[in-house]
Design a protein around this ligand. Structure first.
Ligand code: NAG
Ligand code: NAG
Ligand code: NAG
Ligand code: NAG
Ligand code: NAG
Ligand code: NAG
Length: 445
């Protein structure tokens, strides 16, 4: 499989000859093109924002030139020129018009302004996701943005987000990947207001941050299954890591905290990838990975789909919950282990995204995502006067990002070194989950 880079991106059809010219003519030409482009787009388009956009354009170019070494600069100028061709094709009137746009279908294109924060400007990046600190040398993985086919996704704007959520309480409910999104949002928002770290339980599974100037509360409620999952099998004093999961019994650890929440982003999946027994109505109905003649293996998509159906029903029926609670179903975030799984020496050392053609949409990951989409659609199709539920369907975008994971440097509890090909670097592609989140909020709030 050939991976794509800024230079051989198929979307732009870079001609080698062109590339050589650019290298030779250098920045001056690019600058001329940029100015011409900016004039032609904005002088006829939006005269009012002309000066604002112009100065922004100048700033971003300048910013990147001083920041980069020569090699990066050249890489960026090539893609920059290509980006111009790309951008002129977009009708400026349609920009940020999310109305008839499928936000989740699109492709990755170079982001020439780089990430919105760094490990210096965001002090809350956990060490495990601080990939630059951990010695990751390549930087391209931070310089892509998601481009929906039919609209422009606006970059995250901390002030705008904070004004939307003023006075509200947001909860990320799920496993460590849910937390990863919260950590991304925390970094993005801390560029607008520094939050107060107001609560942390002894295992650091429940966490509350507060943004006093906006009276905004950001929380994470940890749950591995969303529903009750108990590791009941204790053999000779140690746990078996086989869970008994009740697909229709909501995990009270987060459910009891739901009243008072205005926005809930729910997700789970990775804890289902193991031997588990599945129950419904208190009866054993099957398993995942059990390989026992009397117990049908129902598969992870089945289990996860059922869980989302039950959870959405629970939330809709919740009398103590806010009437206008908005729930977002965040779809499956794929891992990218190659040459083995995490305990089998699997790695993720790619440095650029996949194209859509390189992604296998017949995979079990896609099936898992479909089971979540199904549960969501079922809710929408059968609930007319219920609580608001939307989808944050990040699976397609993230399947294309094998380069976004921390990779080496992850030590397990026994000090064994593994590669983390499941969580996401900060900054990194996970940041666009919050761009999409903002877009969904703008679409409906
Ligand atoms: C620039 O592009 C070349 C070829 O794609 C790549 O090998 C190199 O790592 C890139 N440089 C940087 C610093 O991004
Ligand atoms: C410019 O691009 C580089 C990588 O090409 C990125 O690391 C950097 O953050 C960008 N500059 C700024 C300050 O936005
Ligand atoms: C940020 O990343 C750089 C490498 O790019 C590293 O040298 C530095 O120690 C990191 N700083 C923090 C505060 O994590
Ligand atoms: C539990 O411990 C006993 C005595 O040490 C041993 O005979 C037995 O095989 C162990 N059971 C399992 C399932 O490991
Ligand atoms: C990535 O890891 C694989 C398996 O360990 C190895 O064969 C390959 O050379 C690595 N690629 C790079 C670019 O380091
Ligand atoms: C929901 O309704 C839409 C539109 O009628 C339909 O395409 C879709 O298959 C339905 N989904 C489910 C899960 O019922």
């Amino acid at each position: 499989m050939k991976s794509i880079t800024f230079e051989n991106l198929p979307y732009y059809g870079t001609k080698r000859g062109n590339g050589v010219n650019i290298w030779r003519l250098g920045l001056f030409l690019v600058w001329v093109i940029a100015v011409t482009w900016a004039f032609s787009v904005f002088i006829f388009g939006t005269p009012n924002s002309f000066s604002k956009v112009m100065s922004k354009q100048k700033y971003s170019l300048k910013k990147n030139i001083t920041y980069n070494d020569e090699l990066e600069l050249r890489n960026n100028t090539v893609s920059y020129r290509n980006d111009i061709t790309q951008t002129t094709a977009v009708n400026p009137e349609k920009e940020s018009d999310y109305e008839n746009c499928d936000l989740f279908k699109g492709r990755w294109i170079p982001e020439l302004n780089g990430p919105l924060y760094t490990n210096w400007s965001c002090s809350t990046i956990p060490e495990s996701k601080n990939c630059q600190l951990n010695g990751r040398k390549d930087v391209d993985y931070m310089n892509w943005k998601w481009k929906p086919d039919d609209c422009e996704l606006q970059r995250f704007d901390a002030k705008k987000f904070l004004s939307i959520v003023r006075g509200k309480k947001l909860a990320f409910i799920g496993d460590s990947v849910a937390r990863n999104q919260m950590e991304s949002l925390l970094c993005l928002l801390s560029q607008g207001e520094i939050p107060k770290d107001i609560y942390k339980d002894y295992e650091d599974r429940f966490r509350i941050f507060y943004f006093p100037a906006h009276d905004f509360t950001l929380t994470v409620f940890w749950t591995s299954f969303l529903v009750d999952g108990e590791d009941k099998g204790i053999i000779n004093g140690s746990t078996t890591n086989v869970f008994h999961i009740h697909l229709d019994k909501i995990d009270v650890n987060w459910a009891q905290k739901l009243p008072g929440v205005d926005y809930a982003v729910i997700s789970i999946a990775h804890w289902y990838f193991r031997k588990n027994y599945l129950y419904e109505g208190g009866q054993l109905i099957g398993c995942t990975y059990c390989n026992e003649p009397d117990v049908p293996d129902l598969g992870i998509p089945f289990a996860v789909g059922k869980v989302f159906e039950h959870v959405l029903k629970y939330i809709n029926d919740c009398k103590e919950c806010n009437e206008d609670l908005l729930t977002l179903v965040r779809t499956f975030a794929p891992a990218h282990f190659e040459n083995g799984y995490w305990h089998g020496g699997g790695v993720c050392n790619r440095t650029s995204p996949y194209t859509e053609e390189q992604v296998n949409f017949a995979s079990s990951e896609w099936e898992l995502r479909s089971s979540q989409v199904n549960a969501f659609e079922k809710y929408k199709n059968t609930t007319t006067e219920g609580k608001r539920v939307e989808i944050l369907d990040i699976t397609r975008a993230m399947m294309m990002r094998p380069d976004g994971h921390p990779g080496p440097n992850w030590k397990d509890q026994y000090g064994q070194n593994h590669h983390d090909c499941l969580h996401w670097c900060l900054p990194g592609p996970i940041d666009i989950w919050n761009d999409l989140f903002t877009a969904v909020l703008q679409k409906i709030v």
